[in-house]
Design a protein. Structure first.
Lengths: 274, 271, 357
């Protein structure tokens, strides 16, 4: 990487513009949330985040995030393997469909599940007969979150798998290793950082998903309200301290995620260099 | 002809799992949107998607998203340039925080930006003195979308800029080009595809954005009501036909953006 | 009929097409036990594909492969008993040298003590004892190649395949490694096939050379045979440093067919100073030296004769020839490619022919 030590003022003007922009757009909102959350003292803060509805929303968010990450890890690993290791008809179509969720508005993502499982769906009588509730219940929230974050892990794995190529795997196959042995012993060590990176990105988005979840949740306090939905509820009830207190938890998570992301990216880059 | 054997194992398993998950999780839900829209007659569809309030929402959405993405294209280019070409204290930190909008839940960003920009508070009061209101106006929507879109542009330009050899500019300088000439005639054409990709990704994301905008927008019909919000409002009234019709228009528009980008990228790779 | 008792590997009518590209077109050849075979051809000639089909890394569209008399097409790659050295070695970057070599043994459930013994033995064989705990990135190119070789040999395969084994190594070490590999293969006594695009490599190392082009075999034979008696126009153009000439202008070849095109190699051109003895004056031409280049071990001369530029070598010990000097030029033999573009005949200078009766 080229680092030019420009003596000109252009350098400092550009750095100044960038810093000012990033501080106003990114840092200030964060600081504001933390300061507002603690405005009424630490006790108020503690009350807000230990409220039983707050705790339940935290629990639901954790549950949704964990399930989403597991489902998308399975999908991501198999999809990346399929796309980078085999030539077959329909590959282009599959990789296009895989990335589709990225270009669909979260609100529309929620809508499509509403139409698939809701009252007007052809399978609704079946679902009702078996007392399966998806819409306005936790399964719907999970489905929508999985949909929105589906390509997050595969997108991190595909470039890495493409770069490392498949010679090592062929060599292992020639020595008689089976699929499981090849994957765990040869392939996975190469992609572990990229995989973790994908997991981190996926959890970040899953944790904070708002639009899609909002459509499908039904907003039942303590039952189908995730943290972002709970924050919305508090905010609309003018409980700003509560809303910002809950937000501060998500902000701390976001900062942790950013730090992890940077660490993992650094490890991943080092890995590819060798 | 013998049955094709593959040395790398796992094709059938991967293919099965991936197609099953895509089928159940993506294709069927999207198809149900198409199936459901068939229930609408052509006239109903046209009437819904060309309702004056809906038309106004397209305008608000496209205008604010486009402006925000344009701002991001310029700022993203400057930030990427600074991060690749200069060495200065705090560089690692600056580089590390670019993805904050990915990591921070949009609703949190939304309420925070709203509060910051109402006339009584920090940033809002600065602008209020000059008679500019940010929160609950299109300026506010644009600000929220700038927040959402910035990482897309920075992260698509950065790697291309890193690969651009300094010899390139030096060669231009040796041939007598000024720094501005070198930038506009040598560097900009090289990073243009990446810039376009970043711009379109940000644009597509902004058009569909809901969480961060809904709080700051104020949601005044015809003025600050974005299209995703109209869909949401119709859903809350259980008007599934209406929301489906508008969703289809939005999808169409998103695919159009992606298509334009695909053409630009294709041209660039053929050069 | 060739003697089949010694045949170890046999390919019969192997064909393989990728999309519109014919990588192997009706390939048939056989390899005798214990021999070292070089598959030589330009890039894209299908040589690597043949190797990969043999290993089971690709499946042929048609044809059959026999190893030790048994058809192997239905046997998966891992069970064919083949050792494979990849072009970039494909060493497992996350495993130590020891674990790389031991990998195949562990997969085949060898006992721990046996693995230790076998790896020690191989490390000694390839001369890397002491480097067991290194990772591939801590090794030089030559050392990596030795590890790849040891790893391929670990499970005692009956056939060793090497894909461009020297391509990723510095030119200086390459020559050394060639001799090392040749000796080692002799020592182990394993039937081996290697792929290369470098004719020097093939000629120096192989017992037998198979020249491929456009997915077909052009010629098969010992290095000397193939080099001296190229039988197809492609082989004529591919080996040595051939130059095209208009042979009808040269006295020694006036009686050869005029409608054929001719090719000559520098080693068949003798350039002498005017004051040096001239053994075949009747067919010696006069030329002018246009360029003299020092090539390390020989001088390379560019001589103009009848308006054509010929390249010739001259030993360093001989009296120097200068640019612009008038010289005698004698062409010993040329290769004539028939007008049909398929047949190749060797034409020897008229005076030499008469001399030899």
């Amino acid at each position: 990487m080229q680092v030019r030590n420009d003596k000109g003022i252009i350098k400092w003007i550009l750095i100044g513009i960038s810093a000012l922009f990033l501080i106003t757009m990114l840092v200030l909102p964060l600081l504001y949330v933390i300061i507002t959350a603690l405005r009424d003292g630490f006790a108020a803060y503690q009350n807000a985040v230990t409220d039983s509805y707050a705790l339940k929303s935290i629990g639901l968010t954790v549950k949704v995030t964990v399930i989403t990450v597991i489902v998308n890890s399975v999908f991501g690993l198999f999809a990346a393997w399929l796309i980078t290791r085999f030539q077959f008809r329909g590959k282009k179509i599959i990789s296009t469909i895989m990335d589709l969720p990225l270009s669909i508005s979260p609100v529309i993502a929620g809508l499509v599940f509403l139409l698939t499982f809701g009252r007007q769906s052809i399978i609704y009588p079946f679902l009702e007969a078996h007392d399966i509730q998806i819409i306005f219940a936790q399964p719907g929230i999970i489905l929508a979150t999985v949909f929105v974050t589906l390509p997050f892990i595969s997108r991190e794995l595909i470039p890495v798998l493409t770069v490392i190529g498949n010679e090592e795997e062929e060599a292992a196959a020639l020595m008689g290793a089976n699929g499981f042995q090849i994957f765990t012993q040869i392939t996975f060590p190469h992609i572990r950082w990229a995989f973790l990176y994908g997991v981190v990105l996926c959890s970040a988005r899953a944790m904070g998903e708002f639009g899609a979840v909002s459509v499908l949740s039904g907003h039942l306090r303590g039952l189908t309200n995730t943290m972002p939905l709970h924050i919305e509820l508090l905010y609309q009830g003018f409980d700003f301290t509560g809303a910002f207190a809950m937000s501060s938890i998500l902000i701390v998570m976001a900062v942790i995620i950013l730090i992890l992301r940077n660490l993992l990216e650094y490890r991943g880059k080092k890995e590819l260099e060798t | 002809m013998k049955k094709k054997k593959r040395v790398i194992p796992g094709f059938s398993l991967s293919f099965g799992i991936v197609t099953a998950m895509l089928g159940l999780g993506v294709v069927i839900p999207l198809c149900s949107l198409a199936v459901f829209s068939l229930k609408l007659t052509g006239a109903e569809f046209i009437a819904t998607v060309t309702n004056p309030r809906v038309l106004a929402s397209y305008r608000v959405s496209i205008l604010t998203s486009f402006t925000a993405s344009l701002i991001n294209a310029v700022m993203g280019l400057i930030i990427a340039w600074v991060l690749v070409r200069y060495r200065f204290p705090g560089k690692r930190l600056m580089d590390g925080m670019i993805e904050l909008p990915f990591a921070l839940p949009t609703a949190v960003a939304g309420i925070s930006l709203t509060h910051l920009t109402v006339p009584e508070r920090w940033i809002g009061s600065l602008f209020a003195k000059n008679g500019i209101q940010i929160a609950y106006t299109r300026i506010g929507i644009t600000a929220a979308l700038v927040f959402i879109g910035i990482p897309f542009v920075v992260r698509s330009i950065q790697p291309v800029l890193e690969k651009l050899e300094p010899e390139y500019e030096e060669a231009a300088a040796m041939l007598g080009a000024s720094r501005t000439q070198a930038f506009f005639q040598v560097i900009l054409p090289e990073i243009f595809p990446a810039l376009t990709a970043g711009f379109t990704m940000a644009f597509a994301r902004c058009i569909g954005e809901y969480g961060s905008v809904v709080f700051i927008a104020g949601n005044t019909p015809y003025q600050t009501e974005i299209t995703p919000l109209i869909i949401m409002a119709k859903l809350q009234e259980f008007d599934y036909e209406g929301s489906t019709a508008i969703a289809l228009v939005m999808l169409l528009f998103s695919f159009l953006i992606l298509f334009v980008n695909a053409i630009v990228q294709n041209r660039a790779s053929k050069r | 009929m060739p003697d089949h008792t010694q045949t170890y590997v046999e390919l019969k009518h192997i064909s393989k097409t990728f999309k519109n590209f014919k990588a192997a077109d009706d390939i048939s050849f056989s390899v005798e036990k214990g021999k070292l075979i070089g598959l030589l051809g330009p890039s894209g000639s299908g040589k690597t594909t043949i190797l990969r089909i043999l290993a089971g890394l690709e499946t042929a569209d048609s044809g059959e492969i026999y190893i030790d008399g048994k058809p192997v097409s239905q046997i998966p790659a891992g069970k064919r008993g083949i050792g494979f050295v990849f072009q970039n070695y494909a060493l497992f970057r996350h495993k130590t040298v020891f674990d790389n070599i031991a990998f195949g043994l562990k997969i085949n459930h060898w006992k721990k003590g046996d693995i230790q013994y076998r790896v020690d033995e191989l490390m000694e064989l390839v001369g890397l004892t002491g480097l067991e705990e290194r990772y591939p990135k801590q090794l030089s190119g030559g050392q990596r190649q030795r590890v790849a070789f040891a790893r391929a040999l670990a499970v005692q395969p009956q056939l060793l395949l090497l894909d461009e084994p020297f391509a990723a190594i510095d030119a200086k070490v390459r020559k050394e490694l060639r001799e090392w590999l040749r000796e080692l293969i002799n020592q182990v006594g394993i039937t081996s096939i290697f792929v290369t695009h470098d004719q020097d490599e093939a000629v120096e190392v192989a017992d037998k050379i198979i020249i491929t082009n456009h997915g077909r075999i052009e010629q098969t034979g010992s290095p000397v045979e193939v080099y001296n008696n190229p039988r197809t126009p492609f082989v004529v153009q591919f080996l040595g440093n051939p130059i095209s000439i208009d042979h009808t202008r040269f006295k020694g070849f006036r009686d050869t067919t005029a409608d054929a095109s001719a090719v000559i190699r520098p080693e068949y051109i003798t350039v002498r100073k005017k004051n040096e003895p001239c053994p075949h004056p009747a067919t010696t031409e006069e030329g002018i030296v246009e360029r003299v280049a020092f090539r390390g071990n020989v001088m390379e001369l560019t001589v103009r004769v009848h308006g054509q530029h010929l390249t010739a070598y001259r030993q360093l010990g001989q009296e120097l020839i200068h640019e612009g000097e008038n010289v005698n030029v004698f062409l010993q033999r040329i290769y004539l490619i028939g007008a049909d573009g398929e047949s190749v005949t060797i034409a020897v200078d008229e005076s030499l022919r008469r001399e030899n009766g």
